[in-house]
Design a protein around this ligand. Structure first.
Ligand code: UD1
Length: 418
């Protein structure tokens, strides 16, 4: 089993370059199914999730090639509109191929999605959207089938601003007949990147990045070249890693606007944050102050940064309260952080964190992607050795995580042990 082993207590120093955003590139790869031709996607991070998405495409007859962070996809020979359990179970974002397949080919049969075990994560909003666009949706043998000779635009109100549902409906509506309006849409930067990608393909989408997205369907879309936005969660994770180790680190390739909520909370915690267009410099000061925070859809504090920030707050001088409102079961890192000496109590959807003087290295288990990153971050500040197991979760979403930390001077290595 692969583990990440961290010898804590070394300050980080230097510059780290943020990779392209996982959560932007996955829907973009799915959106390539809306046209036939050759796509070139620059700044694609090479991650297990991207590999899974390319395997899924391959199972549909779509070829892809990855070199030097450039992903080439050729959709000309698509043969199937059916995504098997083997591909979809590994990653929930696989379900994003449903909208494009349905819109372009009139049929999609997708296994029920898997992914991180951070809550029940239903797909009802995606399906409600497809039905509103005129698709017939049926279930059987663990598969969902959606069919429609031609989708028709409609007004769709999302009960929750789901990122995936907004993306799936936006992609499907791009090739529907007439106008679609998505109300209470997710406003995440990755939605804007997808909208830019689709518009460059020939779609007519307005309002991405706000809560109302208007889409005028077009007859066809074309293959294009696109550069993926930087990964705000990776950048945020390095910001917290620098803060917890009281280090001086410059994180480049960022969009400052995307990091505002994390930067503000770090400043509240007493961390020096100098953010500009070129990068964000983090200088850890002496004390970490307690901070209360609540995860919310963008532009609120991202749920994908909750675990990492909690790791930081375990060492704050006082008590912090972290409330998770996006997912109902996203505190699985808490028992692991406790093994390292953290004092955390869970009360319903909140975690009450009483700061301790020191964390101690321990053998801990990564339970999901961001939880795994949080444990590595905690390990960087802990006394002694931390060994994080089940790191396949971390590899799903962080490109060269250990290498990047090592380049900053961290004593981190990946080992393969029985
Ligand atoms: C995306 C991100 C993930 C992030 C999440 C929230 C990708 C590939 N993943 O996941 O990293 O943590 O946004 O920012 O972009 N929900 C429903 N019904 C639905 C869909 C969602 O009830 O049909 C609920 C979910 O159970 C969850 C909440 O809505 O409680 C948010 O989910 P959603 O925004 O859809 O997250 P994902 O798109 O899966």
């Amino acid at each position: 089993m692969k583990r990440i082993v961290i010898e804590g207590g070394t300050p980080l120093r230097g510059i780290v370059h943020t990779s392209g955003a996982k959560n932007a590139v996955l829907p973009i790869i799915a959106a390539s199914l809306l046209a036939q031709g050759e796509f070139t996607i620059y700044d694609t991070p090479w991650l297990a999730d991207v590999e899974t998405m390319c395997e899924l495409l391959d199972s549909l007859g779509v070829s892809s090639d990855f070199q030097d962070n450039i992903l080439r996809i050729d959709t000309a020979n698509l043969q199937k509109t059916e995504a098997h359990y083997d591909c979809v179970r590994k990653m929930r974002a696989s379900f994003l191929v449903m909208g494009p397949l349905l819109a372009k080919y009139g049929h999609a049969k997708i296994s029920l999605p898997g992914g991180c075990a951070i809550g029940s994560r239903p797909i009802d909003l995606h399906l409600k959207g497809f039905e509103a666009l005129g698709a017939k949706v049926t279930f059987g043998d663990g598969y969902i089938v959606a069919q429609a000779a031609k989708l028709k635009g409609n007004k769709i109100y999302l009960d929750f601003p789901s990122v995936g549902a907004t993306e799936n409906i936006m992609m499907a509506a791009s090739l529907a007949e007439g106008h679609t309006v998505i109300e209470n849409a997710a406003e995440e930067p990755e939605i804007v990147d997808l909208s830019n990608f689709l518009n460059a393909m020939g779609a007519k989408i307005k309002g991405a990045g706000t809560s109302v997205i208007r889409i005028e369907g077009v007859d066809s879309l074309s293959a294009i070249r696109h550069t993926v936005i930087p990964d705000r969660i990776e950048a945020g994770s390095f910001m917290v890693a620098a803060a917890i180790t009281k280090s001086d680190v410059l994180i480049t390739n960022i969009i400052d606007e995307h990091l505002k909520s994390v930067a503000a909370k770090l400043q509240d915690a007493g961390v020096n944050v100098d953010i500009s267009y070129d990068g964000v410099r983090i200088q850890g000061t002496g004390e970490i102050y307690p901070v209360d925070l609540k995860t919310l859809p963008y532009p609120g504090f991202p749920t994908d940064m909750q675990a990492q920030f909690m790791a930081l707050l375990t060492l704050a001088r006082g008590t912090s309260i972290v409330t998770e409102t996006v997912f109902e079961n996203r505190f699985m890192h808490v028992p692991e952080l406790r093994k390292m000496g953290a004092d955390i109590r869970i009360e319903d959807r909140s975690a009450v964190i009483s700061g301790v003087e020191r964390l101690q290295g321990a053998d801990v288990r990564s339970t999901d992607l961001r939880a795994g990153a949080a444990l590595v971050i905690a390990g960087l500040a802990a006394d002694g050795i931390t060994r994080v197991s089940h790191i396949h979760h971390i590899l799903r979403g962080y490109e060269n995580f250990c290498e990047k930390l090592m380049a900053l001077g961290a004593k981190v290595k990946m080992v393969d042990e029985p």
